[in-house]
Design a protein around this ligand. Structure first.
Ligand code: NDP
Length: 467
């Protein structure tokens, strides 16, 4: 009997998604490549492990896999982003037919997705670039899905995707059509950019409580538990509470983990993409750079022995820290959404921001109460920072953020995301900035010209600055 849906790539995500599809009653064809003595019978062995996969068929031959699927074939590719995706698509091309639908669920770069979509569309094959968030557990129990591509193609697989997706508070699936071309992967990339900063802000709050207030990890976990209610509740805070409580014998596991963070590239892509659009995403970039600095362990150890700075002794107020935490998160989300809006306008993707943000309310790594608040605000405010709610929150928290930044700096504690959120907020709310100095400098050394305040839409001017 032919099956309803195919999955290629049974790694961490492919396996969990396969079980999720099966748990939702779909019959599956599952494929994993064969590598002699290394990857043999991966699909059939996997199927034999889980009773819910009893209606599934396993393959390591691509042709028989493709032929086992009902037409039009619906195939989800869950392999590592990059060359592997191109190889899988190339191999599939000699077996699939016009009308079939390929979905790339990996973290592919949105520009690659555009190109692949174009190539496949010339052959009559539908292509969907879909962001998937939620990690291994989310993939199994309900991920957040961000599909982009042609709407007609999406409609053919919508029922499958919405079935396996997480559900929001109103039981709506956290899977909505994002827009054309690579927009789904773009939105997933920005999701990861927001995620980088969300993680870093928590790391900074931890650092402040651990190294300024000298609290033990479990004491910090208790404080975070009090934060993990109402407007500041979120998934990343929740998992950090568990992390801080974990012990190996008498030692906190966190103290045994090397302080060098790594990354897989989506943070760098976000920084590059936002720079290309001229849309500031300074928190994400600060978080990315914090990872880069953390990786310089040897250099840090050497320099730490050369430099010893004086420290202040005042402690931070935990209520102020909570306010600063939420304010930094607001700026982070604001910047991320602004990048998406910019991309949508620039690339003509017609992204519905409210729809898009709604898929982040559950099942994904950045799921939070703040996202829900943002959705209710986007409805009536095109710029969330102009909403009464955020104006009030920001006005009442600005002082706390400043206190936290100043105290941390006095203690020589690096807080790139907290300080960047304050810098950004101070810049974006400043009526007159310093762009005039930059323009004058550019005109001085490169005759780049400038506009005058008394004639902003008039001609550009050049000055002979030396005379
Ligand atoms: P894994 O490394 O666990 O699995 C990768 C899969 O791709 C394996 O089945 C592997 O086969 C297969 N593969 C690799 N190269 C090839 C190739 N050239 N031809 C055929 N198959 C190949 O990765 P994940 O499941 O974690 O991730 C898959 C994608 O999903 C990535 O793009 C990742 O960024 C994205 N993603 C991951 C998340 C996570 O939390 N892990 C969350 C969201 C997205 P084999 O076993 O034979 O090596």
């Amino acid at each position: 009997m032919k099956t309803e849906f195919g999955i290629i790539g049974l790694g961490v995500m492919g396996k969990s998604l396969a079980r999720n599809f099966a748990n939702n009653g779909f019959s599956l064809s599952l494929f994993n490549r064969h590598v002699d003595n290394i990857e043999e019978n991966v699909a059939t062995n996997f199927i034999n492990q889980f009773s819910e996969l009893s209606n599934s068929q396993g393959f390591d031959n691509l042709e028989t896999f493709v032929n086992s699927l009902q037409t039009p074939r619906k195939i989800l590719i869950m392999v590592n982003a990059g060359k592997a995706v191109d190889m899988v698509i190339d191999n599939l091309l000699s077996h699939i037919e016009p009308g079939d639908i390929l979905i790339d669920g990996g973290n592919s770069h949105y520009k690659k997705t555009d190109k692949r979509g174009q190539l496949l569309s010339n052959k009559g094959i539908h292509f969907i670039g879909m962001g998937v968030s939620g990690g291994e557990e989310g993939a199994l129990t309900g991920p957040s899905l961000m599909p982009g591509g042609h709407m007609d193609a999406y409609k053919l697989v919508e029922g499958f995707l919405q079935n396996i997706a997480a559900k929001d508070d109103n039981n709506n699936p956290c899977c909505k059509y994002i827009g054309t071309e690579g927009s789904g992967h773009f939105v997933k990339m920005v999701h990861n950019g927001i995620e980088y900063a969300e993680m870093q802000i928590i790391a900074e709050a931890y650092s402040i409580l651990r190294f300024i207030n000298k609290l033990e990890p479990t004491e910090i976990a208790s404080i975070f538990e009090t934060w993990n209610h109402g407007d500041t509740k979120n998934y990343l805070l929740e998992i950090t509470i568990d992390i801080l409580k974990k012990k190996e014998g008498d030692t906190y596991l966190i103290d045994l983990i090397l302080d060098q963070s790594s990354h897989k590239g989506t943070g760098s892509w976000t920084t590059i993409a936002s720079a290309e659009l001229g849309a500031p995403f300074t928190l994400s970039s600060a978080a990315l750079n914090a990872r880069f600095v953390s990786a310089l362990k040897e250099k840090r150890v050497t320099l730490s022995q050369l430099y010893e700075f004086n420290e202040n002794t005042s402690l931070v107020n935990v209520d102020s820290l909570k306010k600063a935490y939420q304010l930094a998160r607001i700026i982070n989300h604001y910047q991320g959404l602004d990048v998406i809006e910019n991309a949508s306008n620039t690339y003509g993707w017609h992204i519905d921001l409210k729809n898009t943000v709604s898929v982040w309310t559950n099942g994904c790594i950045i799921a939070s109460e703040l996202i829900k608040k943002i959705i209710s605000i986007i409805e009536t405010n095109s710029n969330i920072l102009e909403s009464d709610y955020f104006v009030e929150v920001i006005k009442t928290s600005h002082h706390s953020l400043k206190d936290i930044v100043l105290t941390s700096l006095n203690h020589n504690i690096p807080i790139p995301c907290f300080s960047e959120s304050l810098n950004y907020l101070n810049s974006v709310t400043q009526e007159s900035g310093t762009g005039n100095i930059i323009q004058a400098q550019r005109d001085y050394f490169g005759t780049h010209t400038y506009k005058r305040k008394d004639d902003p839409t008039g001609p550009s001017h050049h000055t002979n600055w030396k005379s």
